[in-house]
Write a new protein. Structure first.
Lengths: 292, 345
């Protein structure tokens, strides 16, 4: 029982970071019907950038998030303008899969040239510290990572629900045609949406690098998990993605602790198959547009 | 639908005749080596096209079945040996193809419950499932250590030839299957699914059956090519046999040549694979190679998403009908009037 609860705690903390990673992915899909296969590579890129800032300039990864996120937001906007916007609307959903896959390969190639293909890890002075609460270990890094994810997701929620820009974005998710008829600049919203998606990936990457060793090819492993999460949550549903991420994080940790660590990544695939059989549109997805 | 027209048949006879004569005209080993990979990718792209091009279901997981075929041959022949002449693995190929196709039926049935982007996600995940299986089923796959096949007892000077003809054989089989399907009732069913699946179902097309058959046949050929590849390479391990780059290579070639056409994937492979091998040879380090690959890929997707063959045949059709050439993009811009987000008003 002790092991089970310890695994649940670890899984919940990991699930919070998964939630941040998956939020951008599902948001980009909601706004543009674009599956960003490069999301995993963006996370790894964020991990390498914060790793470099930490080892060269001794900037703490939690501080570098504040510096890197706006920068990568701009990179995301530019990527959308250059690579996603030229795709024709009726082919965008399928072509974007391939274009973003090419982007992922490009980022992997670039990182391999710059950093070679060794495993890295951002190890801060407090990396091994942990608190004991009622006999359970709470690693400081993981708790901070979870806290940061919650803060960023809360910011995202406020932006989406309380600002003019958030309203235009939700309108675009619900129905781009009506949104445009009502004067929303859908193209602009799409570019900014992709920017937000890349920014969340960068922030998640900075903390990912502190809890998991990574190398340029790590993105395949990440994207396969994240895609399972957003299918489970329902494509385009932000709330669904967060709940699915927390659930999958815990399911994976419990599976690893109680059954087998070697097979723990299969938790994602088992859940994916179950969801396809029982509810192909995902937990919170709809057959129509409009889930957010 | 033109089906086995005289010019079409003539073209096929000339191309496949030339391919059969190729290793005798250019016997140098490095040339035949490149030709083997070219034929392999031509076969992979053609097989992918049967599902992705004809029915519009974009599979990103074909490498999973390539790996299954490769491991099937490798596992079988590390244990029982390949016997005197060394041709035994080739005779086992049809069995591998049928077995992979049968295994894929339940998988296809589950995966094909969802469409478009979700289908692509599911197939992509399938690839990682199979890769993970290859790592974890240590007692039969030897995990990350990999499996070594016994060396084939072929004469050194013509070592490549049996593999060349095996690849050519599977490729030809996939090609003629595709050609036949394109003019058949199954082809019409697949095209109707691509154009509008709901309406096709509404008028009585058995969409699920057609999709599952296309999936099974497509991955069956993919598995056979994986089998030949494993025997040729003689040493396989998980990252190498179940490589996302194999899928993406085949998809890219189908797009470059023109997906949904009979010759497109072949044209794409014959352009890209030699270029790819040349790049790998020139740039050497795999890191730069990945960058080069990604750039070529992006250029094709952005500037030639419809592919070479459809672009050329449009051009010819316009000339034949005597209408003046429209400026490039004029045709493409008509559907662009629809609003973004994939919804036509």
């Amino acid at each position: 029982m002790h092991l089970f609860i310890q695994a649940c705690i670890l899984g919940l903390l990991a699930g919070g970071v998964y939630a941040l990673m998956a939020s951008g992915l599902t948001l980009a899909f909601g706004v543009m019907r674009v599956i960003n296969v490069a999301q995993g590579a963006m996370i790894v890129l964020g991990a390498f950038l914060s790793y470099t800032l930490f080892t060269k300039l001794h900037i703490d990864p939690f501080v570098s998030v504040v510096l890197l996120t706006p920068l990568m937001f701009l990179v995301g906007v530019v990527l959308q303008l250059v690579f996603i916007r030229p795709l024709r609307a009726d082919e965008r959903e399928e072509l974007s899969l391939l274009v973003t896959w090419a982007l992922a390969l490009g980022i992997e190639g670039l990182l391999s040239v710059l950093y070679k293909t060794n495993y890295r890890s951002t190890i801060t002075s407090y990396a091994d510290n942990s608190w004991r609460v009622l006999g359970y270990h709470l690693s400081e890094v993981r708790v901070f990572a979870f806290g940061m994810s919650v803060v960023i997701l809360a910011l995202l929620y406020v932006v989406l629900t309380r600002t003019e820009f958030g309203r235009t974005m939700r309108a675009t998710v619900q129905n781009p045609v009506s949104a445009r008829l009502l004067g929303v600049n859908v193209e602009r919203v799409s570019a900014l949406g992709f920017g937000i998606s890349v920014a969340t990936a960068t922030a998640a990457g900075a903390v990912f690098g502190m809890v998991t060793p990574f190398f340029p090819g790590s993105h395949y492993d990440l994207i396969s998990r994240l895609l399972s999460i957003i299918v489970l949550g329902g494509l385009g549903s932000l709330g669904g993605a967060i709940i699915a991420a927390l659930f999958m994080g815990m399911a994976e940790a419990v599976f690893a602790a109680e059954i087998s660590p070697t097979w723990s990544s299969f938790t994602f695939f088992i859940v994916l198959i179950a969801i396809l059989l029982l509810r192909p549109q995902g937990l919170f997805g709809t057959n129509e547009r409009g889930a957010l | 639908m033109s089906r086995f027209t005289r010019t079409g048949a003539l073209r096929a006879v000339v191309v496949f005749g030339a391919l059969a004569a190729f290793p005798f005209v250019f016997p140098a080993q490095w040339i035949v080596n490149i030709a083997i990979f070219t034929l392999m990718y031509a076969g992979l792209a053609t097989a992918w096209n049967l599902l992705g091009g004809f029915s519009g279901y974009l599979s990103l997981g074909h490498a999973a079945f390539f790996g299954v075929g490769a491991y099937a041959i490798a596992i079988a022949f590390t244990h029982i040996g390949i016997g005197g002449s060394g041709y035994k693995p080739f005779f086992a190929l049809p069995l591998v193809g049928i077995a992979v196709a049968l295994v894929s039926v339940p998988i296809a049935w589950v995966a094909l419950r969802v469409r478009a982007a979700t289908f692509a996600i599911v197939t992509l995940t399938l690839l990682f499932v199979v890769q993970q299986l290859a790592f974890n089923l240590h007692h039969i796959t030897h995990g990350s250590q990999g499996l070594a096949l016994p060396p084939p007892p072929f004469d050194v000077s013509t070592f490549e030839q049996p593999f060349y003809f095996a690849m050519l054989g599977v490729f030809a089989l996939a090609f003629f299957t595709c050609w036949w399907v394109k003019g058949s009732k199954l082809g019409l069913m697949l095209f109707s699914i691509r154009d509008d699946e709901d309406r096709a179902r509404g008028v009585g097309v058995r969409v699920t059956g057609a999709k599952v058959i296309a999936f099974a046949v497509s991955v069956g050929f993919t598995g056979m090519l994986g089998g030949v590849w494993a025997y040729y390479i003689q040493f396989i391990y998980p990252q190498f046999a179940v490589d996302p780059l194999i899928t993406i290579g085949a998809v890219l070639m189908a797009f470059l040549g023109g997906k949904g056409t009979v010759w497109g994937p072949t044209v794409g492979a014959f352009i890209l694979v030699p270029a790819q091998q040349y790049m790998a040879y020139k740039l050497g380090a795999s890191e730069l190679y990945l960058l080069g690959y990604a750039s070529v890929f992006l250029l094709i997707m952005l500037f030639l998403p419809r592919g070479i063959i459809p672009s050329i045949s449009d051009h010819l059709a316009r000339r034949r009908s005597g209408r003046p050439e429209e400026p490039p993009g004029a045709v493409a811009s008509a559907p662009r009037a629809t609003l973004p987000g994939g919804m036509a008003p």
